[in-house]
Write a protein that binds this ligand. Structure first.
Ligand SMILES: O=C(O)CCC(=O)C(=O)O
Ligand SMILES: [Fe+2]
Length: 347
């Protein structure tokens, strides 16, 4: 059986061959105007792969692409701060939801046996960007306050992209309640959504005990990702891992657990991980991810028919991210598969 996402091409990089996946490309402008062929392609990507490229090269998305460039600069400056400064905003200390603050490398399990994770992340919750609770604004590095307008703009734009994707999935899947997906993600309602700034060190500068990001399905609904260097890999139907190469002017979008569950398990929450890429030998890899996640009280059923709230599933999943590999392998929460962690071999 041929499945979208199973076709790989081999890129040549120096002496190394790199397996990469040919994802569907969905032009956002066509999706927004409701073009039927584009919606059909979206549905195919969502049901057969769970990943696609969103083409943002139309002139109406130029200001968003400019904002993404500005957020890269912000992210570089942020991670130039000392560890001592960043750790004063420790995400595990700021609050139980882990949606605001800094996580240093090494706090989670990593992508190879015996390793911890190799990436830093700073999360800015959408609740705090939109000031949903003016009394609960976690203190953050000054650089964010200097770029408040940029953060509000990009969150609004990326949330809007998420809403369009939800609307189109909703109609294409002919869900019993045509508003159910949108109603679980209302803009301005408290949710675990967040903008994530991630940094992976260059291969030349890797700490021996820390590597990449462990294989996982995303906890939320839609992840909109931008990066300039490779490293992200998806598990394909044939069981092989393949790189999702970055494409200028495009975002990489993937579906997470919450959307899969909200859509009656008709969409795939694809397994992915981050490993060192041959192109990232000497440069650090920065990625920008908008994690669109359901409202706290949205409800859905997991694979076994157990009912969760948005916040409940989030809390459950993050406990597993922090657990040992022995615990992670015992159930399907992290990867959607019991007994499989998708570790990088020979490391
Ligand atoms: O950095 C990336 O490319 C992917 C990050 C990711 O999968 C995540 O943080 O959930
Ligand atoms: Fe992810």
């Amino acid at each position: 059986m041929t499945q979208q996402g199973s076709i790989t091409s081999t890129l040549s990089n120096g002496n190394r061959d790199i397996n990469s996946v040919d994802l569907k490309v969905i032009p956002f402008a066509r999706l927004e105007e409701g073009d039927e062929a584009t919606i059909a392609a979206l549905l195919e990507a969502g049901t057969q792969s769970g990943f696609f490229y969103l083409d943002l090269q139309h002139k109406t998305s130029q200001s968003l692409l400019n904002a993404v460039d500005d957020v890269y600069q912000l992210s570089k400056s942020l991670f130039d701060l000392t560890q001592n400064e960043l750790i004063t905003h420790d995400l595990d200390v700021i609050g139980p939801s882990k949606i605001d603050g800094y996580k240093p490398a090494g706090r989670n399990t990593g992508v190879a046996r015996g390793k911890q994770d190799g990436f830093e992340i700073y999360l800015v919750s959408t609740n705090s960007t939109l000031k949903l609770d003016p009394l609960d604004q976690p203190p953050r590095p000054k650089i964010f306050d200097l770029h408040e307008a940029l953060l509000s703009f990009i969150v609004e734009q990326l949330h809007r992209i998420g809403e369009i994707v939800l609307e189109r999935f909703s109609s294409a899947l002919q869900l019993p309640d045509p508003q159910s997906l949108q109603n679980a993600h209302r803009y301005g309602r408290p949710s675990t959504s967040a903008l994530g700034l991630l940094k992976y060190p260059p291969a030349s500068d890797i700490d021996i005990g820390k590597l990449g990001q462990i294989a996982h399905t995303d906890v939320g609904s839609i992840t909109v990702l931008f990066s300039r260097l490779g490293g992200l890999q998806v598990l394909q139907p044939d069981g092989e891992w393949a790189f999702v190469e970055p494409k200028p002017g495009h975002a990489v979008i993937n579906i997470g657990d919450s959307l899969r569950f909200l859509a009656g398990k008709k969409l795939l929450s694809s397994l992915h991980r981050v490993v060192p890429h041959p192109d990232a030998q000497t440069s650090a890899r920065f990625s920008i991810a908008y994690f669109m996640r359901p409202e706290y009280e949205a409800e859905f059923e997991d694979e076994e028919g157990k009912v969760w709230t948005g916040i409940g599933w989030h809390t459950r999943k993050f406990a597993v991210f922090r657990a040992s590999m022995e615990t992670q392998i015992k159930d399907s929460i992290l990867t959607g598969r019991t007994g499989y962690l998708g570790l990088l071999e020979n490391f």
